[in-house]
Design a protein around this ligand. Structure first.
Ligand SMILES: [Zn+2]
Length: 415
């Protein structure tokens, strides 16, 4: 077993990105060639001597030397919007915000989108949403992240998860929302429980007020929508939705909720109603935030297939671009298939019009997570299609350790 693993490690060394063999990589990557070849010779010698763990370690070194040389051989493109989403409101585990932002700036990134608020919790001193318990101990996370961004010259676009109250929403808040009929109900009549109903005026107001609060209270570069949609076609069928829908169309629905699917006229009106509930929030946030802070930029993470998703989840993001409510849009194009990624982006560029599209790259969602070569490929696709930038998911311990520094050697290298 060990012998086979050692042989495989040696065979694998140098086989990444555009290279199929060690020789091919070594011939192309002069910078890493000498050290890589020396370590490969060590690996073969250790294999011959049946010192398998040593052979594997040497093969790994040989591979790393060439991988580093490959990453350094890729050229940056100046002027790009180079962003990462950061799903954790406390940044990268083991680093404070200062260190996490410095690392990005040192390696040529230009923006971060930190997830600082949900439907039912805030990681800053909010007067609109319940403040997450950890904030008392660890402090206001927007303030800390933003201070680091100002210090190192990175843009900060604060990311809100809309509607979904989130795992850290206080229980009493969630219970209060349920009791007030403000949470979603599935098509089959069962309560959904974690998402707020988008047609409820108080929920719309809560979403708008929270995002405008961030834009007003902090000198952020932008605010960023996420989950700005329904969970799926099966929501929301709460009593309030029925009443508000009937008011909107000026008629009773005879068979609720079946007619929203069976009767085509009702169905079209139902889909319009859902879209309008979501769109209303986007428009209001955009208008109010810009009124308070004319330079603030509004953006959204969106599902990739607009014509389908505008019906399925009520996310009409082409309209949001046309109306000028968004300053840029990040479709979540999470696929390990480069050709698929390219096709998706091409389609999206047709929908955004003049609004910049910075495609989301699913680094930590691929089956082989954190594949630097695939990341380089997909960044190069965004360049070929002239998007002007990209957005990587996700900034965490492993991407901070393994990916960001390798990007900084070449593809995002600072001048
Ligand atoms: Zn509802």
């Amino acid at each position: 077993m060990l012998e086979r693993a050692a042989r495989a490690a040696i065979d694998r060394a140098g086989c990444f990105g555009p290279f199929k063999t060690f020789t091919q990589a070594a011939q192309t990557l002069e910078e890493g060639e000498a050290r890589a070849s020396a370590r490969r010779a060590d690996a073969l010698a250790a294999l011959g001597g049946k010192r398998y763990p040593e052979a594997m370690a040497a093969a790994a070194d040989a591979d790393a030397f060439l991988l580093n040389a490959y990453c350094a051989s890729v050229t940056p493109q100046p002027g790009e919007h180079r962003a990462l989403w950061c799903h954790n409101a406390f940044g990268v585990q083991g680093m404070d915000w200062d260190a996490a932002i410095k690392l990005l700036a040192d390696n040529g990134f230009t923006a971060i989108l930190p997830n600082m608020l949900w439907g039912g919790s805030a990681y800053y001193e909010s007067t609109v949403l319940p403040v997450a318990a950890e904030v008392r101990e660890k402090g206001d996370q927007i303030a800390q992240c933003l201070a680091a961004c100002k210090k190192y010259g990175l843009q900060c676009h604060v990311w809100k998860v809309n509607w979904n109250m989130g795992w850290s929403a206080p229980k009493d808040f969630v219970e209060k929302m349920k009791a007030a009929g403000r949470t979603q109900v599935h098509f089959d009549g069962k309560p959904e429980g974690t998402w707020l109903c988008p047609s409820h005026p108080d929920n719309q107001k809560l979403e708008v007020d929270a995002m405008v609060e961030v834009a007003t209270k902090y000198d952020v570069d932008g605010i960023h929508f996420d989950y700005i949609r329904y969970p799926g076609p099966d929501e929301c069928f709460c009593q309030g939705c029925r009443e508000r829908f009937e008011t909107a169309i000026g008629a009773k629905v005879m068979n609720w909720p079946a007619d929203t699917r069976r009767d085509d006229q009702v169905r079209q009106k139902w889909l319009d109603f859902r879209r309008a509930n979501i769109t209303k929030v986007v428009a209001a946030v955009s208008e109010l935030a810009r009124k308070a802070k004319p330079k603030v930029r509004i953006s959204a993470a969106v599902f990739r297939n607009w014509p389908v998703d505008r019906d399925g989840v009520g996310q009409d993001w082409k309209l949001w671009c046309e109306q000028g409510w968004l300053d840029f849009v990040c479709p979540m194009d999470y696929t390990p298939e480069n050709a698929q990624f390219e096709n998706w982006v091409k389609g999206q560029l047709g929908w955004v019009g003049k609004v910049p599209c910075y495609p989301g790259i699913g680094l930590s969602c691929w089956t082989q997570t954190n594949d630097i070569c695939k990341l380089i490929d997909q960044i190069q696709i965004t360049r070929r299609l002239k998007t002007g930038g990209f957005t990587i998911f996700n900034y965490d311990v492993s991407s901070a350790r393994d990916i960001v520094p390798l990007c900084g050697k070449g593809i995002t290298k600072k001048p």
